[in-house]
Design a protein around this ligand. Structure first.
Ligand SMILES: C[S@@+](CC[C@H](N)C(=O)[O-])C[C@H]1O[C@@H](n2cnc3c(N)ncnc32)[C@H](O)[C@@H]1O
Length: 208
């Protein structure tokens, strides 16, 4: 929590105001499947929630960093935010047509990933859709840093990342009917790293 709070306090809109390419792809799929009301988990400062509300989706975000939420409330006042950890969901009794989460699931160790996904399942309507984006095993940082679990490394102290293979990602969503998976290259330019790209893996799946 402190790690993220400091990152947004120091860096503000770290990844700029434009949405992730993955959010653009998720929006196309959500619209094709008549998804109207979505939950965005680890929503950050709202670069992706803005894309969704601009397309007239009803959006609720959950975010652990208060500084990120403050920025988001300016950038994207149409999104309702809950401040807290996704591991403490639910924050309300609603069920959603869809869930979008970008670069959050890979931040957790195995037990927390499983617990997080169980909570997501409960917040989704039957026949609802999930679009999750995670670090892939094709990432340049894969294997670097201290190994803490299978395919999980601390690239920075106290900040583990799990790198998903295709099989592993499908296995995390085995209670769903998988519609589509793939890799997306997302270019970023921030901090000491300067311009660099991530090879992200995504899954689009439906609750049965
Ligand atoms: C890599 S950033 C991605 C932010 C946003 N999804 C985006 O693409 O702009 C990860 C985000 O997850 C948030 N986060 C980390 N752990 C969380 C938790 N346990 N509950 C809720 N949010 C969390 C961080 O504060 C941060 O905003």
């Amino acid at each position: 929590m402190e790690y993220w709070e400091k990152r947004f306090l120091d860096g503000g809109k770290i990844w700029g105001e434009k949405p992730s390419k993955t959010a653009i792809h998720a929006l196309e799929l959500f619209q094709r499947h008549d998804v109207n009301k979505i939950l965005v988990l680890g929503a950050g400062y709202g670069r992706n929630t803005k894309l969704f509300t601009d397309a007239n989706l009803e959006v609720v975000g959950i975010e652990v960093s208060e500084s990120a939420i403050k920025i988001a409330r300016n950038l994207n006042p149409k999104t309702q935010f809950f401040h807290g950890s996704v591991l403490d969901m639910p924050f309300n009794d609603e069920q959603y047509d869809g869930i979008y989460s970008c670069n959050v699931l890979h931040l957790f160790l195995k037990d927390d990933r499983i617990s997080f996904l169980k909570k997501c399942y409960k917040q989704l309507k039957t026949k609802g859709f999930v679009f999750f984006v995670v670090f892939s095993d094709k990432e340049i940082s894969f294997g670097k840093g201290k190994r803490v679990e299978e395919n999980t490394y601390e690239i920075k102290p106290w900040r583990p990342a799990h790198y998903f293979t295709e099989i592993d990602l499908r296995d995390h969503f085995k209670e769903y009917s998988v519609i589509k998976t793939g890799l997306i290259e997302d270019v970023e330019n921030h901090g000491d790293l300067g311009p660099h790209s991530h090879i992200l893996r995504y899954i689009f799946a439906q609750k049965e």
